[in-house]
Design a protein around this ligand. Structure first.
Ligand code: CDP
Ligand code: MG
Length: 139
């Protein structure tokens, strides 16, 4: 099934000049970028984006991190895009991520893990709409 998912290059990834490397890895697996922008996420927006983690001990630090610098937001489209992007990203904790994944290769910690990808069909729809309107998704 052709799917769309929301991916972010987080502030650490942008700071490390890894925007191109993240996109290259998606494209190398046949995925397409159908929307893309460089943005700043305000603290309040970061709190809304990660609201599902509101009760977790890392919530304050995570939302401060996400709003600490520029972020690339993009919509990625392709066959099985939601699980495929998660596979290319690797596990949340880079120490547990498979070799050859973005997080294993580029992340510097469990919080500073370079990339975000939606974790399911409903979250993908919600997260895409969080950053992009219909006219910004080009196919
Ligand atoms: O990003 P992913 O879906 O793999 O993980 P998550 O469980 O949805 O957590 C969201 C983000 O919170 C992670 O990507 C990390 O940046 C951060 N996090 C953290 O700082 N410490 C943890 N123990 C778990 C997640
Ligand atoms: Mg998640």
């Amino acid at each position: 099934m052709i799917e769309r998912t929301l991916s972010l290059v987080k502030p650490d990834g942008v700071e490390q000049n890894c925007i191109g490397e993240v996109i290259r890895r998606f494209e190398a697996k046949g995925l397409r970028v159908v929307a893309l922008k460089l943005i700043r996420i305000e603290q309040k927006q970061a709190e809304a984006f990660y609201a599902v983690h509101r009760e977790r001990p890392f919530y304050r630090s995570l939302t401060a991190f996400l709003s600490s610098g520029p972020v690339v937001a993009m919509v990625i489209e392709g066959e099985g895009a939601i699980p495929l992007v998660r596979q290319i990203m690797g596990a949340t904790d880079p120490a547990k991520a498979e070799p050859g994944t973005i997080r294993r290769d580029l992340a510097t910690g469990i919080e500073r893990n370079v990339v975000h990808g939606s974790d399911g069909t409903e979250t993908a729809a919600t997260e895409i709409a969080f950053f992009f309107n219909a006219l910004e998704i080009i196919r």
